[in-house]
Design a protein around this ligand. Sequence first.
Ligand code: 9UX
Length: 69
Amino acid sequence: MSTTELSIGGMTCASCANRVERKLNKLEGVTATVNYATEKARVEYPDGVSMDDLIATVEQAGYTAAPPA
Ligand code: 9UX
């Protein structure tokens, strides 16, 4: 299990954060909380999920995601 904080781009209303959150939480073993104000997603994810999986999931929802610097 790992934890990361992704920077989310493209969210233009608070519901966007909920959309991103639900998408990430659909991944097996993933627990995500997205903060619209800070544009950050705190994500706990299992060994079977990669950083690229997380980013691809956010991008499929129509937003951008970047790992911590
Ligand atoms: Mo708000 Mo975001 O109307 O995809 S939900 S812009």
